[in-house]
Design a protein. Structure first.
Length: 357
């Protein structure tokens, strides 16, 4: 649980008012507010559990208002649910605000930072500090800039594979235990402070990764974008062969792509993990090898079908041409048509007969 005092220590705030009891107020939500309308007495949409920032605009409004009116409204703001009130940009605390803070025993702080900058920094910090958290028995690596969570049963070789990946230039975040936070929909993995930079290698013991491989072999945190589950190799167990199917792994309600990789002594697992990450990046960029393979098979199938249809049409055309040629040959060898062959009576030419007489 994050308290007002821890927040003040992180950002270096000065304590203006509040005893140790009030400084232990819990910060429950990662939301900030600037109480401009509240100082005017409008509380319709006021959220009591938000941290209040009082900047130049609020100071000007307070200085132009009746002190008793400001004090009355501040007493409504400085309720026990309010975790902290922060006066920014080095402004001095107005008298009615200080009086209300002491009356309500509210944690009142001051900061020299700009209001907008402080607001952004606090939002990022609170989002991480108050994010839902869990821990997994796994190894977290940064491979080609992608946060990869390596899962698998104890003794399958997660640390040994990670050690080989470190030797190949990739970075370790955590070995054996990974702390995970869901920060605004992004899973951030870190290492517990007690085992940071350490790795257990069976047969050797605990090693200091930074001392052996250099400072560039470690990273403080990374966004988890891929989960690789290392499973024992079994011939009878079906595994993905083409890569069209994508499994998922759920962490804190967020789903992450999952790849199952069978482990055996004959396989170079570090190279296979690198290949899996590279293929994942290609898919993320819009190129899917499995889809391209299916598309190629479909195009080849259509090509074969067209060639078969073309061959069939050519055969039919050849047969038709042979039939036509055979018919013409039959007619050329037939006897010429003659009236004499029909047995018909041919009329005589009387003109020729008359001339003869």
């Amino acid at each position: 649980m994050l308290t007002s005092l821890e927040l003040a220590n992180h950002f270096g705030f000065n304590v203006i008012s509040g005893d140790m009891n009030s400084l232990q107020r819990p910060v429950r939500i990662a939301k900030l507010d600037r109480p401009g309308v509240e100082l005017l007495g409008i509380f319709h949409f006021h959220d009591k559990s938000r941290i209040m920032l009082i900047g130049n605009k609020e100071i000007a409004l307070i200085n132009d208002s009746d002190p008793d009116f400001v004090f009355h409204n501040c007493m409504k703001i400085f309720v026990p649910e309010c975790p902290a009130i922060i006066i920014t940009q080095g402004n001095s605390c107005p008298e009615p605000v200080l009086r209300a803070a002491k009356e309500a025993n509210a944690p009142l702080f001051s900061s020299n930072q700009d209001t907008s900058t402080l607001s952004s920094d606090m939002y990022v910090y609170l989002s991480e500090a108050l994010a839902p958290k869990t821990a997994l028995h796994a190894v977290l690596m940064e491979i080609y800039g992608i946060g990869v969570l390596l899962l698998g049963e104890s003794g399958i070789g997660k640390s040994e594979i990670s050690l080989d990946l470190i030797r190949r230039g990739h970075r370790l975040i955590a070995d054996d235990r990974v702390d995970i936070s869901d920060v605004r929909g992004t899973l951030i993995g870190t290492c517990p402070e007690s085992i940071s930079g350490m790795m257990e290698v069976r047969g050797i013991g605990i090693i200091n990764v930074e001392r052996i491989f250099g400072v560039n072999s470690l990273a403080d945190k990374t966004a988890i974008r891929l989960v690789i589950n290392l499973v024992p190799f079994k011939r009878e167990e079906p595994l993905e062969r083409i890569g069209m199917k994508t499994d998922s792994y759920e962490i804190l309600g967020e789903t992450v792509p999952l790849i199952k990789l069978p482990v055996s002594a004959a396989r170079s697992m570090s190279e296979i993990v690198e290949t899996a990450v590279t293929n994942f990046k290609l898919k993320d960029y819009g190129y899917d090898t499995g889809y391209e393979f299916q598309k190629r098979l479909s195009e080849l199938h259509q090509k074969v079908r067209r060639e078969k249809n073309l061959s069939s049409n050519s055969a039919l055309n050849a047969m038709a041409a042979m039939n036509v040629k055979g018919s013409d040959k039959f007619h050329s060898h037939a006897e010429p048509y003659s009236m004499e062959n029909t047995g018909a009576v041919i009329p005589q030419d009387h003109t020729e007969k008359k001339d003869e007489e």
